[in-house]
Design a protein around this ligand. Structure first.
Ligand SMILES: C[S@@+](CC[C@H](N)C(=O)[O-])C[C@H]1O[C@@H](n2cnc3c(N)ncnc32)[C@H](O)[C@@H]1O
Length: 291
């Protein structure tokens, strides 16, 4: 083919060759790297709107965001995968009897304690908040990720979802009867757990119920690819004994624990903990008076 007959695009075995580069199944291969839905994948890492995502952290105009900036990495990660997460997990409670049993127990304890406002801190695309709503709780959701919140608001328009961090909840002291952190304490480094528990305690009423769900283990899992999106985020596994000890030190009384083995598609056992906020004056939970 001579230049005078060259077309603007040409189909090759590797994909469609256009003026901008080679269009492959993974994205557009340009001189600078592979242009994907999540950003430009270069030799140094993934260039996103927030900066360059490298193995060490997110490189922004202000410098390298590392451990202490896990909130940014978490937000970027969940914004990137929000649509896939919603389509993968949106209906997953229907096939998980353990999750439903624990959420039912939590809901019943809140209701029999008189009801009142409940928050899911780290609600993601809203499936757990919606389930608790369906169980009769007065529940709303808070999350870091605008992408996840957009999915939640679209799927469950009748429920209130707000953007915020579980370290700094926009809630008054002692106003909640229940707080669920369902797989949302899994991205913070261990030394930040007491800060999260202190904030949970602040917003819960005395005797208020805290529900945690998390993966059990010692080493964090670094996820670099999520459903074809190049990403970078640590998933911290926790030791239930250590979590209970931290809860005691943060003004909670551990109440119930369930740990189950990993199902076929899971990489770790799963733990569910219920704890009650101790009263600051007596150091006890009011329900200890019950028979
Ligand atoms: C594994 S997802 C779980 C979402 C939801 N609870 C569920 O089970 O489907 C973790 C969620 O926690 C949120 N998250 C993590 N750290 C957070 C923080 N510090 N404050 C608020 N949300 C947080 C993430 O944005 C993400 O949506």
């Amino acid at each position: 083919m001579t230049d005078s007959h060259r077309t603007e695009s040409e189909l090759t075995e590797s994909g469609l060759m256009t003026d901008s580069g080679l269009m492959t199944d993974s994205g557009l291969m340009t001189d600078s790297g592979l242009m994907t839905d999540s950003g430009l994948m270069t030799d140094s890492g993934l260039m996103t709107d927030s900066g360059l995502m490298t193995d060490s952290g997110l490189m922004t105009d202000s410098g390298l965001m590392t451990d202490s900036d896990f909130l940014t990495s978490t937000r970027v990660f969940y914004d990137t995968i929000a649509a896939d997460y919603a389509s993968r997990y949106g209906d997953s409670l229907g096939s998980n009897p353990y999750d439903r049993a624990v959420l039912s127990l939590f809901a019943e304890l809140v209701r029999t304690g008189g009801g009142g406002p409940v928050v899911e801190a780290g609600c993601g695309e809203g499936r757990v908040t919606a389930h608790l709503d369906g169980l009769g709780l007065d529940v709303s959701g808070v999350d870091l990720s605008p992408g996840m919140l957009a999915q939640a608001r679209r799927a469950y328009p009748g429920i209130r979802f707000t953007e915020g961090s579980l370290f700094d909840l926009d809630l008054p002291d002692g106003g909640l009867t229940g707080l669920a952190a369902w797989y949302s304490i899994i991205h913070m480094p261990p030394h930040r757990l007491p800060d999260a528990f202190a904030e949970f305690r602040r917003v819960l009423a005395p005797d208020g119920l805290l529900l945690l769900a998390f993966q059990v283990g010692e080493e964090p899992l670094r996820v670099a690819d999520a459903w074809g999106h190049p990403v970078s985020l640590d998933f911290h596994r926790r030791d239930p004994d250590e979590i209970e000890s931290l809860l005691r030190g943060s003004g909670f009384e551990p109440w119930t624990r369930m740990v189950r083995r990993a199902e076929a598609d899971e990489s770790a056992p799963q733990a569910y903990l219920l704890a009650r906020r101790r009263d600051s004056a007596t150091g006890q939970c009011g329900s200890q008076d019950r028979p």
